[in-house]
Design a protein around this ligand. Structure first.
Ligand code: PLP
Length: 382
């Protein structure tokens, strides 16, 4: 049997650096101990720096969806309306969460792979002046597409009662996002993406306006009661037992991001994304997104080839886990992630594995190594 080294190149969970793994292996801390309290408060401060916000940042023990649910159930009353951008699987999730909690979604359907036009948000608000918020993804991971959240923030400056709630689960730590400056009232992320930590923690930020709304709404969730969390977390406590080891690990990962520098982290992601795009285009593949993200690249499978087979060969024969398409895109696209603890050699690996898999599947409109050469040229020029 040959040795196969496992590599995780999906848009979450992502690879965890050795330093963070070491932090995870430390003895488990009691969540009410002074030692943990100090780490917890420090982690909240580091997250504020990452989000570039003067608002509050809460750490929730859940996956990212938990923070999305917390936003909906704590910031909207039943019968409220919210504009929801649905341009992929995670936009659909916002809509479903609204429906569960009796919030009327004013849906802006965006063709998957396209980016919402901020003018359409303004139009929806004008037509539905009762809306209390806009729910959107910064990066719609299912299509590898960026929405213009900065542009949406500009529009919302004229609507002070409408909260901008941005799911940045695959955007924070990929981009340097000035949350306050862009007018994002509530931002969300998860530990298992660009934050280089295993799954299990979600993060939600709330600015002044969001905190005011929080006071006005009676939550309908027992576990995701953000008022209760806020009161506790200001003191370095959580309402219930948190994932203490995950917080310790996240603290280490945030230190790594600070040491590299957020601007450099963003530049690295930009370069890796450019190299990936150049690589796949060099072998005749097409990008799925009209506005491709820097954390994940969605690629059409060539005519006659099932994208799931590319994923299967990459995993089973080469130990490289990449992602397929979701929902109706299953089989039509596959996704290469370059998010978090990723460097140029991970990108080159993903590209070469793609080439090998496509060769095996009979797509041979290129010579082996073509994608690597194109990617390396991008890297060399930077
Ligand atoms: C943009 C986006 N939103 C929400 C989620 C859901 O997060 P989780 O799976 O951590 O609940 C994901 C996960 O991939 C995501 O990429």
């Amino acid at each position: 049997m040959r040795t196969i080294k496992k590599r995780l190149l999906t848009p979450g969970p992502t690879m965890v650096p050795e330093r963070v793994l070491e932090a995870l292996s430390r003895p488990v801390l009691y969540h009410r101990s002074p030692e943990f309290k100090e780490i917890f408060l420090d982690t909240r401060e580091r997250l504020k720096k990452l989000f570039r916000t003067d608002g509050e940042v809460l750490i929730l023990t859940s996956s990212g969806t938990g923070a999305m649910e917390a936003a909906v159930v704590n910031l909207f009353k039943p019968g409220d309306s919210a504009v929801v951008v649905v341009g992929g699987k995670f936009g659909e999730r916002w809509k479903e969460l609204c429906e569960v909690y009796g919030v009327r979604p004013v849906v802006i359907e965006v063709e998957w792979g396209r980016s919402v036009n901020p003018e359409d948000i303004e139009k929806a608000i004008k037509e539905n002046p009762e809306v209390k918020g806009v729910l959107v993804q910064i990066c719609e991971t299912s299509t590898g597409t960026i929405h213009d959240v900065k542009g949406i923030g500009e529009v919302l400056k004229n609507y002070p009662d409408v909260l901008l709630i941005a799911d940045g689960i695959t955007a924070y730590g990929v981009y340097d996002i000035p949350t306050d400056e862009w007018g994002i009232d509530v931002a969300i992320t998860g530990s298992q993406k660009a934050l280089m930590t295993p799954p299990g923690l979600a993060v939600i930020s709330l600015n002044e306006r969001a905190l005011k709304r929080l006071e006005e709404v009676e939550t309908r969730s027992y576990y995701f009661d953000l008022k209760k969390e806020l009161k506790n977390q200001k003191k370095g406590q959580t309402a219930y037992t948190t994932g203490t080891s995950l917080v310790v690990a996240l603290n280490e990962a945030l230190k790594m991001i600070e040491e590299e520098g957020l601007a450099n982290v963003a530049k690295r992601h930009e370069l890796l994304a450019k190299a990936t795009r150049a690589g796949v285009e060099a072998i005749g593949l097409k990008l799925f997104s009209e506005r491709p993200a820097n954390g994940v690249t969605a690629i059409y499978a060539p005519e006659g080839i099932n994208g799931q087979d590319v994923v299967k060969i990459a995993r089973e024969e080469f130990g490289v886990t990449i992602a397929g398409g979701q929902a109706h895109l299953k089989g039509k696209i596959f996704r290469l992630s370059h998010m978090g603890y990723v460097d140029i050699f991970d990108v080159l690996t993903a590209l070469e594995v793609t080439e090998f898999a496509l060769y095996k599947l009979g797509y041979r409109k290129f010579s082996l190594g073509d994608s690597l050469r194109a990617a390396m040229e991008v890297i060399e020029k930077c």
